[in-house]
Design a protein around this ligand. Structure first.
Ligand code: ZN
Length: 305
């Protein structure tokens, strides 16, 4: 119905326009020309509007670039510089203050470290027997071994030489120096090399391969050349200085001078102090020297150390 209605209406309009044009044969052309003009006009307008859009966009982009790079970037840079300078200043002040306080701490610790070293000396096992039992020094898999002499023999440090067969194809024998001292590593630093093809049941603080050769004889011949002091070069570390300091401490101080710093004490002479981390445990501790239970002198030590 509607489709038919539209057709009828179009027909009526056409007839109407023919009437107004005096029965001319170009009525539709007149209508189409108007539409073409409209299209042309609209396209031209669209082009103009599009051009305005593009121009406006270009203009805004240009302005924004100007704002970003010419106006705000320098301002932001200046602000960042200002901020960085203030932050650096703060940090410098803080670090200077820290350095000053650290120096103060260091100076406070001169005495603390001194006393700590005294206490380290005072609790050493003084009567420890450092003698080597040759049978307790063994090679691996029953390889050949020669027990040689002590090249250093002192109350607190002994160094003895051994020759041991190793597992190398050519230089099959090693001349080895083993050393025992009462001073632990933090008091006396000595060379402790691994893979020396010898195994000591004793606790050794020094373990060095001095030389390797194809035979025992060659090592023995070589051994005749260097003097005792040449042989000992580098083996003793700072032993003489440490020993002198130790003897001076034994002369000047006794354990009782430092009772207030002690947390645990054993009848064997060993003790723990506020400097020992495990001394802060409240339970009764086993003595590392003799295995007995230690006496608790102070519960929780001194928290401020
Ligand atoms: Zn003990």
């Amino acid at each position: 119905m509607t489709g038919l209605g539209e057709l009828l209406e179009k027909q009526r309009q056409l007839e109407e326009s023919m009437k107004t044009n005096g029965g001319s044969l170009q009525p539709t052309a007149t209508i189409e020309k108007t539409l073409v003009e409209q299209v042309q006009g609209n396209l031209a307008s669209k082009k103009a509007l599009q051009a305005e859009i593009d121009e406006a966009r270009d203009s805004v982009e240009k302005e924004n670039r100007h704002l970003q790079y010419d106006v705000y970037r320098p301002k932001i840079k200046a602000l960042e510089d200002e901020r960085d300078q203030i932050m650096r200043g703060n940090m410098d002040t803080c670090e200077k203050e820290r350095d000053r306080k650290q120096k103060e701490i260091d100076s406070l610790y001169v005495v603390v470290n001194h006393v700590q070293r005294i206490l380290d000396f005072l609790r050493l096992k003084r009567a420890e027997d450092l003698t080597f039992n040759d049978d307790d020094v063994q090679t691996y898999r029953g390889r050949q071994k020669v027990n040689l002499d002590y090249i250093f023999d002192d109350d607190y440090f002994k160094i003895k030489l051994f020759i041991a067969e190793n597992e190398k194809p050519k230089n099959k024998f090693s001349l080895i120096a083993l050393g025992r001292t009462i001073f632990p590593e933090h008091l006396l630093k000595l060379t402790y090399g691994y893979g020396v093809s010898i195994n000591s049941k004793h606790r050794c603080e020094l373990q060095v391969v001095l030389r390797e050769a194809p035979s025992v004889e060659e090592l023995l011949t070589w051994l005749q050349k260097p003097s005792r002091s040449e042989l000992l070069t580098g083996l003793k570390g700072d032993y003489e200085e440490v020993k002198a300091a130790y003897l001076a401490v034994l002369e000047q101080y006794q354990v009782e001078d430092f009772l207030e710093l002690m947390t645990d004490r054993c009848t064997c002479g060993n003790f723990l102090t506020v400097f020992d981390s495990h001394a802060f445990r409240d339970d009764i501790l086993d003595c590392r020297h003799c295995g007995q239970k230690m006496e608790k002198l102070r519960v929780r030590g001194m928290e401020y150390v």
